[in-house]
Design a protein. Structure first.
Length: 423
């Protein structure tokens, strides 16, 4: 089970038993502040009936508090239910404090925290000071010498705990709304993509299939009386179907072609999922106007480099930069991927460059090393060099500037002319 499955996300209800146990543990940790009422019960200063009432009242208070926090942290309960729940907590806190003494005034801190978690923002901001005033009145009415000091000690935690919980509640519910909005945006994007595919398929195949249908009917009518004319129609049908097939292949190739913005987004997702701190640009404005072949070469390089970082580097951080540079040979767009992992330090010296690239990369294209360390041609960095060479680009690798880690740099020309061609 992955760490993401074990953890309980902000505003996300627990699903597995482990997540439920973790959330209960997180909530129960704060029950340690009930040590004063528990010590008062164990001290034996009350009669048997008062002790029994204190135990039963404290247990009921804790159960109501826990179910409110466990079930309604991300989403508010109905107003009536929330009001009744807070009213029950206030009643138990007041009754126990009046009957058993000022040591029970700490329950009002939990009442304010519950109000901040379950009530609306306006209601919570009104009730929290009122509960603090009620706590102070009950404590001062007790008349004990320590009651006044205890009230002063609990007044600030009661106010701060309640108001702080309203902020936490807003953060949790904002996170829930953001997650729902992202899911909605993803669904709308998927629907829009389906519509785009439907329009493209209609534009590509609608005319061709209609023409094939008409010519097939015409050829059927010409048989058997005019076989020569029917043969011409069949030849036209073959030509139209071949053209339609070519159009579909071109369209599918365009759909599958990786783009630089898409690979940058994928790099952020892959690095975050692997627990690697990522510094990846959100967009590639410098790549606007870049020929499709060159953008595709950079996109493939980025995908393979990031996959290598995730699978083999053991890095904790990874940075991706996209920088235009002016050289004597013209303007170039440089893509650099730098990590702080093991790099190429473990690769033995004296191995040919083609084998070293395969050992160092071991990435998405699946470099397969044999017993002697060989690698199939076209895999890993070797295949990436071939892609870049086809678009007059270059690939350089080496240790990062800090002395630890690995740096992979891809460069493609930005100008309209190919590298080395006359201006």
């Amino acid at each position: 089970m992955s760490d993401d499955e074990n953890a309980v996300g902000i505003g996300r209800p627990p699903v597995t038993r482990r997540q439920i146990a973790m959330k209960l543990l997180w909530i129960c940790v704060w029950l340690a502040f009930l040590s004063a009422p528990v010590s008062d019960l164990l001290g034996g200063d009350h009669g048997p009936w008062a002790t029994a009432f204190g135990c039963l009242g404290l247990a009921t208070f804790v159960v109501v508090y826990l179910q409110l926090f466990f079930r309604h942290t991300a989403r508010s309960p109905a107003l009536t239910r929330a009001a009744w729940t807070i009213a029950v907590l206030i009643a138990f806190a007041a009754a126990l404090s009046l009957m058993l003494g000022p040591a029970w005034l700490g329950l009002f801190v939990y009442v304010n925290v519950s109000a901040g978690a379950a009530l609306s923002l306006r209601a919570a901001w009104r009730l929290i000071p009122a509960v603090a005033v009620l706590m102070a009145c009950i404590g001062l009415a007790d008349g004990a010498d320590s009651a006044g000091e205890l009230v002063l000690d609990l007044l600030v935690p009661a106010l701060l705990g309640g108001f702080a919980m309203t902020g936490v509640r807003q953060l949790i519910r904002t996170t829930v709304e953001l997650r729902e909005a992202r899911a909605t945006v993803a669904q709308l994007a998927a629907n829009e993509e389906r519509l785009r595919l439907a329009r493209d398929l209609h534009d590509l195949l609608g005319h061709s299939l209609s023409l094939i249908t008409l010519k097939s009917e015409l050829a059927g009518r010409m048989l058997p009386g005019h076989p020569e004319q029917a043969a011409l129609q069949v030849a036209d049908i073959e030509q139209v179907s071949r053209q339609a097939l070519a159009d579909v292949r071109d369209a599918v190739t365009g759909y599958r072609r990786p783009t630089l913005p898409g690979e940058l987004a994928g790099a952020r997702t892959a690095l975050a999922a692997a627990g690697i701190a990522a510094d990846v640009p959100t967009d590639a404005p410098d790549a606007d106007g870049l020929p499709a072949a060159r953008e595709e070469a950079l996109a493939w390089g980025l995908r393979e480099a990031v996959t290598n970082v995730v699978r083999h580097s053991g890095a904790k951080t990874c940075a991706v930069t996209l920088t235009p540079r002016q050289t004597l040979a013209g303007r170039f767009l440089e893509l650099a991927v730098v990590d702080d992992g093991r790099g190429g330090a473990d690769v033995p010296s004296g191995i040919p460059s083609g084998i070293t690239s395969g050992i160092t990369s071991g990435i998405a294209s699946g470099a397969e090393t044999g017993v002697k360390g060989g690698v199939k041609p076209g895999n890993g960095l070797t295949g990436l060099r071939e892609r870049l060479a086809a678009v007059d680009g270059t690939l350089t690798t080496g240790p990062a500037g800090s002395g630890r880690g690995f740096r992979l740099t891809l460069s493609v020309p930005l100008g309209e002319h190919a590298l080395g061609s006359p201006e």
